[in-house]
Ligand binder design. Structure first.
Ligand SMILES: NC(=O)c1ccc[n+]([C@@H]2O[C@H](COP(=O)([O-])OP(=O)(O)OC[C@H]3O[C@@H](n4cnc5c(N)ncnc54)[C@H](O)[C@@H]3O)[C@@H](O)[C@H]2O)c1
Length: 435
């Protein structure tokens, strides 16, 4: 019988590629996700695969899994600064309660456990490049601490469950990874720069652009993860690409592929590390792992993916405008019985954000593959969503889509398409206001 793996956060950027890899290797995959930052479209292609199961579940709440498991891979966590600063409590919970819940499941099933930790546990490093033995320079109260400390706690929990409860554990520390399915608009530099370049906007460079990052292509990372799971020991492994680029060098690489770009310099955010580069000696010596995909090549795939997603977003918005035109006429006639929510109460948030009149709404209209939709948007918006997108007007977009009888998403975006918040629960979504 095929071996079965639980992948928490399976609908996320990196873990969805892991789902693909394990399925291709003949495993059965159980993805567990609450969609707080993940996207259904990342795993939509797996829906018909008989070896793939999706469990919608918050892993920070205790839960059980029926059937055997050979491995548990814990990848669930808000991962970008935009996401974890917006979801600070959830980030702390998933790194503590979530990790302990999944360790218990691994213990019960006698499954191997792999923890997705991060280079952020090194903080703003005083050692360069960072070896696994470096203990880090992390602020416990800075803006990034909810993520950094949650991951540090996770590593401690993994060691605790290994030593006290005999779980077979592995830890990986992932450095910046990029590739198709990476969310746009979540503040991570590669996707940010590419989206800005594709839209002809200025690329936002923080500080003087001399700070460095290493960028690992997602297929290289997935290969490293599988090697650690299969043959690694229990001490942490750095997984990342040691090639070091300044932000300005990254700008130049993107410019070579997208065309001329302009740059806008902004102050460096607090606690933003100035240098980050993995020492991968351990992974290459023990596991024969080295990243293969050069940045130039990885960017080609990433740019193609984002280009297609932005184009889809435009197509979706055109479809919505068509729906909106119908709903507009119903609004004009009083909108009593057609299900359009009244533009008051919590929905007033939209008007407050936009400062404009709501142009139209649509409800209970079947829309693309998302099922049913509620949407409000402003008439001057030109582009919209890739799952969700806002382009060039200062406004918020609320939308929700309905599956199996319940709304499962509400979100608010600023004029740069940065998601300000997202709720998987309609009642909670309605209770929140865009600023
Ligand atoms: N992408 C990188 O460069 C990078 C770097 C270092 C570490 N990591 C780690 O890898 C993992 C995946 O990162 P990503 O970039 O793919 O992020 P992502 O946001 O795309 O994926 C995370 C997934 O976890 C899910 N999730 C979050 N909290 C959950 C909860 N409580 N219960 C169930 N599901 C939950 C989200 O909905 C999402 O699908 C994270 O743990 C992150 O810390 C990623």
């Amino acid at each position: 019988m095929a071996k079965r793996v639980l992948i928490s956060g399976g609908a996320g950027f990196v873990p969805s590629h892991l789902c693909d890899r394990f399925l291709a290797d003949g495993w059965q995959v159980l993805a567990v996700d609450n969609f707080c930052t993940g996207r259904r479209s990342n795993i939509a292609h797996l829906a018909e695969n008989p070896n793939f199961e999706l469990m919608e579940q918050d892993v920070s709440t205790a839960f059980t899994v029926a059937g055997p498991l050979a491995a548990v891979l814990h990848f669930a966590s808000p991962a970008s600064p935009v996401d974890y600063m917006k979801l600070p409590i959830e980030t702390l919970q998933v790194g503590s309660l979530g990790t302990m819940n999944l360790l218990e499941i691994a213990r019960e099933k006698q499954a191997r456990f792999l923890m997705a930790s991060t280079s952020e546990i090194y903080g703003d490093p005083l050692e360069h490049p960072q070896r696994e033995s470096y203990l880090g320079n992390v602020s416990s109260i800075g803006p990034r601490s909810v993520y950094d400390e949650a991951k540090r706690f996770s590593e401690a929990a993994v060691m605790g469950w290994r030593n006290a409860r005999g779980v077979d554990t592995k830890i990986i520390r992932i450095f910046n990874t990029y590739g198709p399915r990476m969310k746009s608009g979540d503040g991570r530099v590669v996707s940010n720069f590419i989206v800005q370049a594709l839209r002809g906007e200025k690329l936002t460079v923080y500080g003087d652009g001399q700070q460095t990052r290493s960028f690992c292509y997602v297929s290289d990372l997935v290969d490293g993860i599988v090697r650690v799971l299969e043959n690694g020991d229990h001490m942490p492994y750095n997984l990342g690409n040691p090639g070091e680029f300044t932000m300005l060098e990254l700008v130049q690489e993107i410019a070579k592929q997208v065309g001329n770009v302009d740059v806008q310099f902004l102050p460096l955010p607090k606690d933003d590390p100035t240098r980050r580069k993995p020492d991968i000696t351990r992974a290459s010596r023990d596991l024969g792992w080295t990243p293969k995909v050069p940045l130039q090549q990885g960017l080609v795939a990433m740019i193609a993916d984002l280009r297609a997603r932005l184009a889809n977003g435009d197509a979706e918005m055109r479809a919505m405008l068509a729906l909106g035109a119908i709903a507009l006429s119903c609004l004009a006639t009083g909108c009593k019985n057609d299900g359009c929510p009244p533009l008051a109460g919590p929905w007033k948030g939209f008007e407050k954000v936009s400062g404009f009149d709501v142009e139209c709404c649509a409800k209970e209209n079947t829309f693309a593959k998302h099922g049913h939709y509620i949407a409000y948007f402003h008439k001057t918006r030109k582009k919209a969503m890739e799952g969700v997108y806002v382009d060039d007007v200062r406004t918020g977009l609320w939308h929700a889509w309905k599956k199996s009888g319940t709304y499962d998403l509400g979100a608010c975006y600023d004029d740069k398409g940065i998601e300000l918040w997202r709720e998987s629960d309609e009642a909670k979504a309605k209770a929140r206001a865009c600023p």
